[in-house]
Design a protein around this ligand. Structure first.
Ligand SMILES: [Zn+2]
Length: 75
């Protein structure tokens, strides 16, 4: 099955997230999940490996829980 940006995909915590980016070799995807995530989970999210089209956001105050977290997933 071919994955596309905009498709739904499970985030690492098992929520229904949405694909926002797919690498050219299709071996990594980024999904944005609307559900709450703890800081512990956030540390797994890796913004640095994203491509140029996916710029890092400015650092904001850390909340205990965050929504709309972007996860990079190797597939
Ligand atoms: Zn999630």
């Amino acid at each position: 099955m071919e994955l596309k940006v905009g498709d739904s995909y499970d985030c690492p915590e098992g929520h229904k997230a949405k694909i926002v980016w797919i690498s050219e070799d299709k071996k990594a995807i980024a999904v944005r999940c609307p559900e709450k995530h703890s800081e512990k989970e956030l540390k797994k999210a890796d913004y640095k490996k994203s491509t140029q089209s996916y710029k890092r956001r400015p650092t904001k105050e850390r909340k205990k829980y965050a929504r709309n977290v972007v996860f990079l997933i190797k597939i």
